[in-house]
Design a protein around this ligand. Structure first.
Ligand SMILES: [Zn+2]
Ligand SMILES: [Zn+2]
Length: 60
């Protein structure tokens, strides 16, 4: 299964989010994203694209 281009882009910073969704081990499966970080994601991108590690660390 291939990701759509938009799903590989972090919705907050617009850079590659390194998501491995559709493969066995996406790092985002084991990371809990704080709610205030999720709130930064535009409504239409919520639940579609992963936030990148850098943003999670930056806004934590
Ligand atoms: Zn980001
Ligand atoms: Zn992911």
């Amino acid at each position: 299964m291939n990701l759509k281009e938009s799903e590989k882009i972090c919705p907050i910073c617009g850079k590659d989010n390194n998501c491995q969704h559709g493969q066995d081990n996406c790092w985002c499966n084991s990371v809990k994203v704080p709610k205030h970080v999720l709130d930064l994601v535009p409504e239409d991108k919520k639940g579609k694209a992963c936030i990148c590690k850098t943003c999670i660390e930056k806004y934590q």
